[in-house]
Design a protein around this ligand. Structure first.
Ligand code: HEC
Length: 165
């Protein structure tokens, strides 16, 4: 309930009837009290749940994600080219001439931070890795990336090209 009045400056304004103010005040107060009693704050925040189902969107799919397959897996004919590309793109500058490690980690030991199968190594090269590994997906053609992967996988095997002495 409101009515028009002339204020001190002579302009027209809308003010509330004092009784309306009082009613509004108690309505707001009632709302507050209702909130406090009806909903325990923890449950309202979702901190406790009796539901057996997880709530909200779940990451990942229910199907296994297709992983890329190395078209040159086990193909010794591409190893010399992989070795050449490893130096050509200066992988050796950070990982060492024979991948033994430098500013970047060793690629010829058995430890892999991001996985050592073909698809994982391909992903490291393509996407880059957070602590200083550039993403090469936009620079090196896919076919050449697989050749480099195949070369890296040949390290420490009898097939390795130009092995360290
Ligand atoms: C500027 C330096 C630099 C260059 C150039 C570089 N890397 Fe890296 N690379 C790194 C660093 C640093 C890491 C570790 C990143 C991390 O731990 O997050 C790494 C990580 C990797 C990994 C993951 C290793 C693991 O243990 O999982 C692979 C594979 C790799 N590099 C391959 C290559 C290849 C192939 C090239 C050339 C196309 C290359 N890198 C060029 C610095 C470099």
């Amino acid at each position: 309930m409101a009515y028009r009045s002339w204020n001190a400056q002579g302009g027209e304004g809308v003010i509330m009837h004092p009784l309306t103010r009082l009613v509004t005040f108690f309505a707001a107060l009632g709302g507050l009290v209702a909130c406090q009693t009806d909903m325990p704050p923890l449950a309202a925040a979702g901190a406790t749940s009796e539901s057996p189902f997880l709530i909200g969107p779940q990451p990942g799919t229910d199907r296994p994600i297709a992983r890329p397959v190395n078209p040159y897996a086990g193909n010794t004919a591409v190893l010399a080219d992989g070795r050449r590309l490893f130096n050509w793109y200066n992988c050796s500058g950070c990982h060492g001439d024979h991948g033994g490690g430098g500013m970047g980690p060793s690629l010829r030991d058995s430890l892999w931070y991001y996985g050592g199968d073909d698809a994982a190594i391909f992903a490291s090269i393509t996407e880059g890795r957070q602590h200083g590994m550039p993403a090469w997906g936009v620079k090196i053609p896919q076919d050449q990336r697989w050749r480099i992967v195949t070369y890296i996988k040949s390290m420490r095997t009898p097939n390795e090209q130009d092995p360290p002495r």
